[in-house]
Design a protein around this ligand. Sequence first.
Ligand SMILES: Nc1nc2c(c(=O)[nH]1)N[C@H]1C(S)=C(S)[C@@H](COP(=O)(O)O)O[C@H]1N2
Ligand SMILES: [Mo]
Length: 329
Amino acid sequence: MKTPSLNLIPTSEITPQAVFEARRDWLRRMASGAAGAALASWAGREALAQGQTQGPGKLPKLAGAKSAVPGAMTLDKPSTYQDASSYNNFYEFGTDKADPARAAGTLRPRPWSVAVEGEVGKPGTFDLDSLLKLSPMEERIYRLRCVEGWSMVIPWVGYSLAELIKKVEPTSKAKFIEFISLADKAQMPGVRSGVLDWPYVEGLRIDEAMHPLTLLTFGMYGEVLPNQNGAPVRLVVPWKYGFKSAKSIVKIRFVEKQPTSSWTKAAQQEYGFYSNVNPHVDHPRWSQATERRIGEDGLFTKKRPTLMFNGYEAQVASLYAGMDLKRNF
Ligand SMILES: Nc1nc2c(c(=O)[nH]1)N[C@H]1C(S)=C(S)[C@@H](COP(=O)(O)O)O[C@H]1N2
Ligand SMILES: [Mo]
């Protein structure tokens, strides 16, 4: 099998169509090579959708794409690839929504590895290829709801983080997991600024991390992640505000004590540890009752009501039984 030659050419120097073709080709080669078993179901779905899949910038048709996880799909119309890859939060590349798409071409998503350490029986470093092969890929159409009040619907590709967690055998002391993003000034111009305490750190309770909806994510719209969306591997935790979904992860640390995230460090009263999407708990400076769906903007477009747990209440509410979600915001 040939080594995937992903992103050898800077994205800025080739047309989006060429990028798309290169990624499609990469996927095809992955599916037929050593990683075939791992990617078979992903490629199968891609084949199912063939003839309907449109390139970046077009609405993908996802008929036939099903996730094995109950409740993982939303019936909402997916956002366009163009919106999902050009309106981003990735402070390592600047604080403006347009910055990541413009600046993230300097991120090198290969070679890449993720260190797993702390309270586990089998710590170690996983290179990207071994992570890709760890479990079959699934497509999951999740809403992503930002704390700032906008949302998108994105067909992500990955597998439940639980698959990796089981492999490394957490000890009885592993109560929380910390997710640490790359912080490399050479690749990420925003890391030179003091806007956040780098590296970007997020955390989940172990049962939240083990929940089947929590997706270790490698792709979107049937392709590998574009740099600005957190290449080559990120988290997507669909019932929490977007910032809980750490991008470009290099370290996963199992710990006994609740970690402090970069956002909590930046403003403790505004960003709590749980950060579950909750229309009844306002951000100190704005309401969280409604949201603006990116791509539906217009002067007279009505905002959408924000749903409890971002619409995943049936799947995740039991994780918080008996907890005061106003206090544990
Ligand atoms: N490393 C890192 N991860 C991050 C962020 C960031 O700035 N740095 N922003 C978060 C926020 S606030 C949101 S809303 C989502 C945005 O993901 P998207 O750009 O793929 O929509 O990524 C999250 N993950
Ligand atoms: Mo966000």
